[in-house]
Ligand binder design. Structure first.
Ligand SMILES: NC(=O)c1ccc[n+]([C@@H]2O[C@H](COP(=O)([O-])OP(=O)(O)OC[C@H]3O[C@@H](n4cnc5c(N)ncnc54)[C@H](OP(=O)(O)O)[C@@H]3O)[C@@H](O)[C@H]2O)c1
Length: 288
């Protein structure tokens, strides 16, 4: 087996942690990303002792801050000279009131869209060094919510609801992933693939960042009927290492198969608007 270097955001918990553990079990070099040093160290130790694979390292960043995403990308390049698989897994749903980060950006869009967009842009040069690199963006079936996108108000200043913010962030990450494929082609980087996925409905810590009682109650009540974290990791793992998808790019997956994403609001023009908007948001963090 060829050992891959794999960075997984949000791998201190939930689906990300299960993904990290399973890929470490297969013998890959895993970089666990977290935002709390002690917790991230503890997860690395847990993965090492559970799998017997000592090739597990860590990086820290608060993904609410694009400046911290940039700092982490710089640190990545100081420590490692190659990246085969980037898994943008971290994501969350937030509360009933619109909140902004210290950098003034809407929280849901920041964590679920701008941070993965920026991290991908900043790590493209190291991904390009891999003979066959893969970018995997964890989206959600919630992208298909019946909420009309307002592309003049991507950060939902006028019409925020937590479901709308979450669903649209997961719709836009699918569009951005698809657009990335065209960008990679234009840059002559067709050896890098990019796909998005829905992991299933999983019993994880998902919903903990929401102050909406209904969300925590629903996740508690549904817990016995939900898939496990390990099951939630299956499609990500498949996209990360399976030979079946070696040359598959620009697709949306569920249950380890190409799935149909919602095309209700899709058009190449809309895709480009969202891409350009993300590019504008991350622009200040792109230069060295
Ligand atoms: N669970 C589901 O049913 C479901 C369904 C569809 C899609 N998804 C998607 O699957 C992905 C993983 O979710 P999950 O269910 O595993 O949720 P989870 O258990 O809450 O894990 C989320 C991970 O993201 C990290 N994270 C959150 N905010 C962060 C920040 N500001 N900076 C750095 N890391 C941050 C968390 O770190 P901490 O441990 O520090 O909080 C955690 O490691 C998400 O993108 C989610 O939208 C989940």
């Amino acid at each position: 087996m060829e050992r891959k270097t794999i960075l997984i955001t949000g791998s201190t918990n939930g689906i990300g942690k299960a993904t990290a553990k399973a890929l470490a079990q297969e013998g890959h070099f895993i970089i666990v990303h977290g935002r709390d040093k002690l917790r991230t160290q503890a997860v690395c130790e847990e993965i090492k002792s559970a799998t017997g694979n000592n090739n597990v390292d860590m990086l820290l960043a608060d993904l609410f801050l694009l400046s911290d995403v940039k700092r982490m990308a710089i640190e990545f390049k100081k420590k490692y000279d190659r990246l085969d698989v980037l898994i943008n897994n971290a994501g969350a749903v937030f509360g009933k009131d619109r909140e902004t980060t210290k950098e003034g950006l809407e929280k849901t869009m920041t964590l679920n869209l701008f941070a993965p967009f920026l991290l991908t842009e900043l790590l493209l040069d190291v991904l390009a060094k891999s003979p066959a690199a893969r970018i995997i963006n964890v989206s959600s079936a919630a992208h298909a919510i019946r909420s009309e996108p307002d592309l003049g108000d991507i950060q939902l200043e006028k019409n925020y609801s937590f479901i709308r913010a979450y669903g649209l962030s997961k719709l836009y990450i699918i569009w951005v992933t698809r657009h990335l494929v065209a960008e990679l082609k234009e840059k002559g980087l067709e050896h890098i693939t990019a796909n998005s996925l829905h992991p299933g409905v999983i019993a994880s810590e998902f919903g903990k960042s929401s102050n909406i009682k209904f969300v925590s109650l629903l996740t508690k009540l549904m817990r016995p009927f939900l898939l496990t974290r390990e099951q939630g990791a299956e499609t990500t793992i498949y996209l990360a290492v399976s030979k079946d998808v070696e040359n598959v790019t620009g697709k949306y997956f569920a249950k380890k198969k190409v799935a149909k994403e919602s095309i209700k609001h899709y058009s190449p023009e809309n895709e480009k608007i969202v891409w350009d908007y993300c590019k504008k948001i991350v622009e200040p963090y792109l230069s060295n």
